[in-house]
Design a protein around this ligand. Structure first.
Ligand code: RP5
Length: 167
């Protein structure tokens, strides 16, 4: 059963949302992914969000742009964590999406990542699940080590080409 549900308002969100999916795949986490617009098809959206708990979903990752109500409405209907991804937009640069997602009223939180922060949403969902999954927690620790090693290698490369080292 899918533990994470990824939902986005439009196929135009896919390049960002796929980064969350890629990370979940890398961690071996089952997920479902769909496109539903809370504004353009509210009936379908309600059915999907209300059924998520029964489908075994533990975390929802919801991405949307402009008047980005999708993550907030997921949080209104789903009782477990919802992570919002604000999409960068052509007119207001994604600040519209960000404000729509983070400014939730008390009692109905949405955890927001940065504008276009697809990968971080996947990481955060994995971290939430890892609080009760020791094997997944170890995978996340290994991922951090890999990340650290890649930065160390970048610094070594800088040394090799002769730039002065920061001390
Ligand atoms: C939102 O409106 C979507 O999440 C998308 O980011 C934005 C634009 O959608 P399209 O006009 O590209 O379908 O609902």
């Amino acid at each position: 059963m899918a533990k994470v549900a990824i939902v986005m308002g439009s196929d135009s969100d896919m390049p960002v949302m796929s980064k969350a999916a890629d990370f979940l795949e890398e961690m071996g986490i089952d997920f479902e992914m769909t496109i539903i617009s809370a504004h353009r098809e509210p009936d379908i959206f309600f059915e999907w969000a209300k059924g998520a708990e029964d489908r075994g979903v533990k975390v929802i990752i919801a991405g949307a742009g402009k008047a980005a109500h999708l993550p907030g409405m997921c949080a209104a209907l789903f009782p477990m964590p919802v992570i919002g991804i604000p999409m960068k937009t052509s007119d207001l640069g994604g600040v519209d999406s960000l404000y729509s997602i983070v400014q939730m009223p008390s009692g109905v939180p949405v955890a927001s990542v940065a504008i276009n922060g697809g990968q971080n949403a996947g990481i955060l969902a994995a971290q939430i699940l890892a609080s009760s999954d020791a094997e997944l927690l170890q995978k996340l620790k290994d991922y951090r080590e890999t990340m650290k090693d890649s930065v160390v290698k970048k610094a070594q490369k800088l040394d090799e080409v002769g730039y002065k080292k920061y001390e």
